[in-house]
Design a protein around this ligand. Structure first.
Ligand SMILES: [Zn+2]
Length: 278
């Protein structure tokens, strides 16, 4: 979503729309020709396109979510689409480019000053323009008993971390994913690790979390695993050689309402589980 937002922002921001076409019944009569795209920003897995109308108070936000099948693609104006036209849900045309949203899971338009009603529950976005590390830390610490591996996936605390990066960030921090947030020795560092990993994977190519000292991915080209622990169960830890383990994390342990169960991967030596009372 970060890549999509960045590409759309580069193409659309500051540009006047010469036409718009919303192909969902609810929005079929909405015409944004003459409006200007102010910015395109990601919020977790949501995409917000803010558009400015003829008067200062005309500010709308096109909110979309890709869900499983959706995508936004950019074409030269009038260019041939790579996906079937009947799957297009939104077409935004500038003088030079068409941005087309295909098979969008969510497509709605709200007044920009009411955006919070849609995405206000989301925590600060790790790669968003208004990232706020202190706020993310505050939200994590608000549930000190929650396992750090669950908390990092909770988009209401901070937005943008998926299962791969939560496993890898815990490994890099030397923290067991089941350790409570309160037992993490350096919470800002684990957040920064996740942010570095996300940033390093914005470009094209296979994802990897094995970076060199300058933060440049080395796992993509070299003949070595692209991840420290993710999906490496039974294989030797790249730091200590101990076989990587797989577990399940996310079920309610009695201190909160964790519902999503996802695989965790960790090194039992590099990431010891803190003993209770420590
Ligand atoms: Zn290890």
């Amino acid at each position: 979503m970060f890549r999509a937002a960045a590409q759309l922002h580069a193409v659309l921001a500051g540009k006047e729309l010469v036409a718009s076409d919303f192909r969902v019944p609810r929005l079929a009569t909405l015409k944004l020709g003459g409006w200007t795209v102010a910015e395109v920003v990601p919020r977790g897995k949501h995409l917000l396109m803010r558009v400015q109308g003829p008067t200062p108070k005309d500010r709308l936000t096109i909110h979309s979510h890709l869900k499983m099948e959706g995508s936004w693609q950019v074409y030269p104006s009038g260019g041939r689409w790579r996906k079937p036209g009947f799957t297009a849900r939104c077409v935004l045309r500038t003088a030079t480019a068409d941005a087309v949203g295909f098979s969008l899971g969510i497509l709605e338009v709200v007044r920009t000053d009411q955006e919070d009603s849609i995405v206000g529950h989301l925590g600060p976005d790790l790669l968003g323009p208004d990232w706020d590390a202190a706020e993310a830390e505050r939200r994590l610490l608000a549930a000190p008993e929650m396992p750090i591996g669950v908390a990092l996936l909770d988009q209401s605390k901070l937005a943008g971390i998926g299962n791969i990066y939560r496993c890898e960030a815990c490994f890099l921090a030397g923290v067991h994913p089941a350790a409570p947030v309160s037992a993490v020795p350096d919470l800002p560092a684990i957040i920064t690790d996740a942010q570095v990993l996300l940033s390093a994977n914005l470009g094209p190519g296979r994802r990897t979390t094995v970076l060199n000292a300058r933060g440049v991915p080395v796992g993509r080209t070299a003949g070595r695993p692209g991840y420290w622990v993710y999906r490496r169960e039974h294989q030797p830890c790249l730091k200590c050689g101990t076989p990587i383990r797989r577990g399940i994390l996310g079920k309610d342990n009695g201190t909160g309402t964790y519902t999503e169960e996802r695989d965790i991967y960790y090194c039992p030596t590099c990431q010891p589980l803190p003993t209770p009372g420590q």
